[in-house]
Design a protein around this ligand. Structure first.
Ligand code: ADP
Ligand code: MG
Length: 689
């Protein structure tokens, strides 16, 4: 029955059915799985003291009469009077006579649901719903569903309440011991109560149960993948480390590592000793110094004769890493490493190579040959290196910078030879979320910045006076020789619109605001090498202001830029604003971020205030999660995580519990042979990751 098509079960129109289908609702089960987004009280008020003015109320009284009237505009409307039990009379206005009143005799006791206001001393209810008796819409609490006409909440309540007993046919995929230990509702009860609870507590309990299941199933999926990989991926590159050597390496650096950098490095070095290949994610805010951790870990393997590959999402980032790497090996491996037939004493740089799309065919060939022979120890590159003719001699570590920029297949290609994988991301997200999205990897976190970094000063610019001051300030910065990022990110609508927007902004900035300064622009429709060219020229300080969409790559270093202007900042999540801001503040100069507010009425003040207050990405993403919910957390949409309906990502404890239970179940039954229902669900859904 659950899998029966709705067309055979409910009476409705073709129009309704096709709309439902476009919402992914085809069967009985689909409809029962379409949950309300909230509850609403329809507790009736039968005296004026029970009314809350300015809000939606349910009035229980007698409709005395109503009649059609004609407004000055010539339009018809219906006007009536309702009298409550205490004699209060309320004007009722409808734009159209409600269908349900057409064959009803007045006066008549009934319910009206709508916003009640006081108008010149008189109470008024505008365009209310009408119900002749208590039903699923009136009398207690009722579910509110997301509506897409002609599918209304009213329609959904009627159809769903009519088939609610079919919820008994849902088979619970959660093992009974979990239900018992966590004191959860069984699935049929939860489905019934999420639609029509007896009270609020029941609704929250139903939500808790369904949310637990969502997280639990994701955890089973990611952990199953993790355990499977660990079983098959024996570590072919098991190496111990010598703390003394590590200390010596650290001493060659121009700075001391932060404690969390040290801890992350140690996590990685410990992983190298284990039986299984490493699969670790290094999470750290922009500028927290992830690269050096990767280099040091790589150096350790290179000293043992292995190869290391570092993958960057763009050419320019790859080049930046390459320059840092050369500087790094000159310090740590000044003599280079011995290799069977050649000893490149004094030229360690020969053992590092850059492989990207723009390398000439001849050099590519040469590099690949030296790579195959093991003469190249450190390879830095872009996707371009991930071709099947790039053959390593003994690749032991693949570092993936900005991992979300790479596809699953690309990552898999590197993991193919069972090398250790160290992924890095500058998108800090709360730990509870990270455990869900990146649950198949181990996690290291760098939450602190190197000492001595200046905090970026952030200011909201929401009025024209402040705007003028801000432009004057920017002028002053440019006079001092600094550079400016100017992001005007339209919400993603389309790249073409974004491009147009950037051009308009560019004209405004170049011709009106800063006619005497050198301004350039950048947008997503440009070709990659065009973009890289602009970035390169900005880096060389060939112009002062770069106007762009959000395409400016994360992680690109333009140390001389000290100002970040973000247009329409109210449209963005904190994590994303923080990402933009992370492109400045990479030098000793004091840096500034201006949050321009386009929509002055927007209620995003609280979010933007958090930006003024804090420079900590983890803190900000935590706030974002609370204020906007998981759907908006940056990185989450891209993660391929399904739209979770009930899970509460702010419930860290609950998330951890789901993970612990998933571990427990899989430890005994990795293939889920003894949990056939769960197995079916895990295997039926598309692969999330
Ligand atoms: P991200 O984590 O954003 O990738 P990077 O690795 O690019 O950050 O580091 C940013 C800058 O900070 C680099 O110039 C790097 O050399 C420097 N750096 C890294 N660690 C430290 C440290 N412990 N002390 C001072 N500077 C550091
Ligand atoms: Mg980086």
């Amino acid at each position: 029955m659950l899998s029966s098509p709705l067309s055979g079960v409910i009476r409705t129109t073709k129009h309704h059915l096709s709309k439902l289908e476009s919402m992914g609702i085809v069967t009985v089960q689909d409809l029962l799985n379409f949950f309300p987004r909230a509850l609403e009280s329809t507790e009736p008020a039968s005296r004026s003291a029970e009314i809350t003015l300015g809000n939606k109320n349910t009035l229980d009284g007698t409709l005395q009469s109503f009649k059609k009237e004609r407004a000055k505009s010539g339009k018809y409307f219906a006007k009536g009077v309702m009298v409550l039990d205490d004699g209060t009379s309320i004007d009722v206005i409808w734009f159209q006579i409600p269908y349900s009143l057409k064959s009803v005799n007045m006066p008549r006791r009934l319910f009206l649901i709508g916003k009640v206001e006081r108008d010149y001393g008189k109470l008024k209810i505008l365009n209310p719903e009408v119900h002749l008796e208590t039903n699923v819409h009136v009398g207690g609490i009722r579910p509110i569903y997301p509506e897409s006409p002609p599918i209304t909440a009213k329609w959904l309540r009627e159809k769903i309440s009519g088939m609610l007993t079919l919820a008994n046919e849902f088979k619970d995929p959660l093992p009974p011991e979990i239900i018992k230990a966590e004191n959860l509702m069984d699935l049929p009860t939860a489905i019934k109560k999420i639609h029509f609870p007896g009270n609020k507590e029941e609704w929250f309990e139903a939500k808790r149960r369904l949310g637990f299941q969502e997280i639990f199933e994701i955890q089973v999926r990611v952990l199953q993948a993790k355990f499977n990989r660990e079983q098959s991926h024996k570590n072919p590159y098991r190496v111990d480390f010598d703390p003394e050597q590590i200390k010596k390496d650290l001493a060659t650096l121009p700075f001391t590592l932060t404690n969390q950098q040290k801890k992350s490095l140690l996590d990685v070095l410990e992983d190298f000793k284990k039986d299984r290949s490493m699969h670790r994610l290094l999470q750290g805010d922009v500028g927290s110094g992830k690269t050096i951790v990767a280099f040091l870990a790589g150096l350790h393997l290179v000293r043992q004769g292995f190869q290391v590959a570092i993958l960057a999402p763009t050419e320019i980032l790859a080049q930046q890493h390459y320059i840092s790497l050369i500087e790094f090996v000159k310090r740590t491996l000044p003599e280079g490493l011995e290799h069977e037939d050649e000893l490149l004493i004094g030229d360690c740089t020969e053992q590092c190579a850059l492989l990207t799309g723009s390398v000439t065919a001849k050099n590519k060939k040469l590099t690949k040959e030296r790579l195959r022979l093991g003469k190249i120890k450190f390879l830095i590159g872009t996707h371009a290196i991930l071709t099947h003719d790039t053959v390593f001699n003994n690749l032991a570590l693949a570092v993936i910078d900005e991992q979300h920029r790479f596809g699953v297949q690309q990552r898999a290609l590197l993991a193919e030879n069972h090398a250790h994988v160290l992924a890095m991301t500058a998108t800090p997200i709360p730990r509870s979320l990270a455990l869900t999205i990146y649950g198949d990897q181990d996690l290291s976190i760098i939450a602190e910045k190197p000492a001595g970094r200046k905090e970026i000063i952030t200011r909201i610019v929401a009025d024209s006076k402040t705007e003028t001051l801000c432009y004057r300030f920017i002028e002053d910065q440019i006079t001092k020789g600094r550079q400016i990022f100017w992001v005007c990110p339209l919400v993603e609508e389309s790249e073409a619109i974004e491009a147009k927007n950037v051009l308009a902004e560019y004209v405004r900035i170049n011709e009106q605001l800063f006619p005497n300064r050198r301004v350039e622009y950048l947008h997503g429709k440009m070709k990659p090498n065009e973009k890289d060219g602009i970035m390169q020229r900005f880096k060389n300080h060939e112009f002062d202001i770069l106007v762009s969409t959000s395409v400016i790559e994360v992680g690109v270093d333009i140390p001389n830029s000290t100002v970040m202007v973000i247009e329409n900042s109210e449209r963005f999540g904190l994590a994303q604003l923080h990402q933009f801001r992370g492109r400045i503040g990479r030098n000793d100069y004091q840096s500034y971020c201006f949050l321009m507010v386009g929509d002055k009425k927007d209620k995003s003040k609280e979010r933007l205030k958090a930006m003024e207050k804090s420079n900590d990405g983890f803190y900000l993403s935590e706030i974002d999660l609370k204020l906007r919910g998981s759907g908006e957390v940056y990185g989450l949409k891209q993660s391929g995580l399904p739209d979770l309906k009930c899970a509460d990502f702010t419930d860290v404890e609950g998330m951890q519990k789901a993970r612990d239970w998933a571990t427990k179940v899989l430890e005994k039954d990795l293939t889920l042979e003894n949990h056939p229902r769960l197995k079916r669900r895990i295997e039926s859904e598309t692969d999330y990751f």
